[in-house]
Design a protein around this ligand. Structure first.
Ligand code: ADP
Ligand code: MG
Length: 238
C-alpha cells in the first residue's frame, strides 16, 4: 500500500511562504507528476513528504497514518535525486545495499534485493564498479536501484532525468514506466519535461508559487485547463 494524503501543508523559510496550503490525495499505485516553474516549491514539497524538511503546519498521512513527526527512514519512502547522490568510494553493489545495511537488514536479504533490483535495471555487469566508472545514465539507474531495494511504499523522484542527454532520457523514462508497472508502487515525480509528464502520469499536479493550480489526468488538463497558466504549462492551444 502507498496512499498519500496531504492536508494544508505550509512551509515558511524566514518570511517567505514557499508552500501555501497544499491539499492532495494520491491513491495507492498512482503515478503523479508535479510540474510548475522553477522556484514554485516542487522540491520543497517532495522534501517535506520525505521528512527531509519539516512542514511548518499540516498533516501528511500514508495509508491513513500521520507521519509528519515520523523520521525519514521510517516513512516507507525512497527519494531519487537529480544529482544521484551516490557515495564515490563505494561500489555499485554497496551503494545499493548501504541503506539496508544501516537499517540492520540481514546480509542474505540485502544480497537478494540488490540482485533483484540490478536485474530489473540491467546493472549486473557494473556491480563491482565505483560511480566514477559509470555513465550518467548508469549512475541514475544505481540511484533508482538504491530506492527499489528499500521496497518503499512511495517513490519520490526529483527531476531524475534532467542531467541525461535526450536519448538516455527517453530510455530511462521507459524504464521508470516499466518499474511502475512491475512494482505497482506509488510514484511522485517532478519534471520540467512536458513529454515526461504527459506519458508517465496518471495524474498531473500543476503548481505555481507554492499553491496548486489544477489537478487532473493529462487529458483533462490538456482539454480543460482551469486557466491560462495551466494551458501554457501543459501546452494546449488555448
Ligand atoms: P522548485 O523545486 O519548484 O524549483 P524549490 O522547492 O527548490 O522550488 O524552492 C522553492 C522556493 O523556496 C525558492 O524560492 C527557494 O529559494 C526557496 N527555498 C528552498 N529551500 C530553501 C531553504 N532551505 N532556505 C530558504 N529558502 C529555500
Ligand atoms: Mg526543484
Amino acid at each position: 500500500m502507498g496512499a498519500l494524503q496531504l492536508q494544508n501543508i505550509r512551509k515558511t523559510f524566514g518570511a517567505h511562504e514557499v508552500l501555501k496550503g497544499i491539499d492532495l490525495d494520491v491513491k495507492d499505485g498512482e503515478f503523479v507528476i508535479f510540474v510548475g516553474p522553477s522556484g514554485c516549491g516542487k522540491s520543497t514539497l517532495l522534501r517535506v513528504i520525505a521528512g527531509l524538511e519539516d512542514a511548518s503546519t499540516g498533516s501528511i498521512r500514508i495509508d491513513g497514518d500521520e507521519v509528519a513527526t515520523v523520521p525519514p527512514a521510517k516513512r516507507g519512502i525512497a527519494m531519487v535525486f537529480q544529482s544521484y547522490a551516490l557515495y564515490p568510494h563505494l561500489t555499485v553493489k554497496d551503494n545499493m545495499g548501504l541503506g539496508l545495511k544501516q537499517a540492520g537488514t540481514e546480509k542474505a536479504e540485502i544480497e537478494r534485493r540488490v540482485a533483484k533490483a540490478s536485474a530489473m535495471l540491467s546493472l549486473e555487469p557494473y556491480l563491482a564498479r565505483r560511480p566514477s566508472e559509470l555513465s550518467g545514465g548508469q549512475r541514475q539507474r544505481v540511484a533508482i536501484g538504491r530506492a527499489i531495494v528499500r521496497e518503499p511504499k512511495l517513490f519520490l523522484f526529483d527531476e531524475p532525468l534532467s542531467n541525461l542527454d535526450a536519448a538516455l532520457r527517453v530510455q530511462t523514462r521507459l524504464e521508470i514506466a516499466k518499474l511502475h508497472r512491475e512494482l505497482k508502487a506509488t510514484m511522485i515525480y517532478v519534471t520540467h519535461d512536458q513529454v515526461e509528464a504527459m506519458t508517465l502520469a496518471d495524474k498531473i499536479v500543476v503548481l505555481s508559487a507554492g499553491a496548486i493550480e489544477q489537478v487532473g489526468s493529462p487529458m483533462e488538463l490538456y482539454n480543460r485547463p482551469a486557466n491560462l497558466f495551466v494551458a501554457g504549462f501543459i501546452g494546449s492551444p488555448q
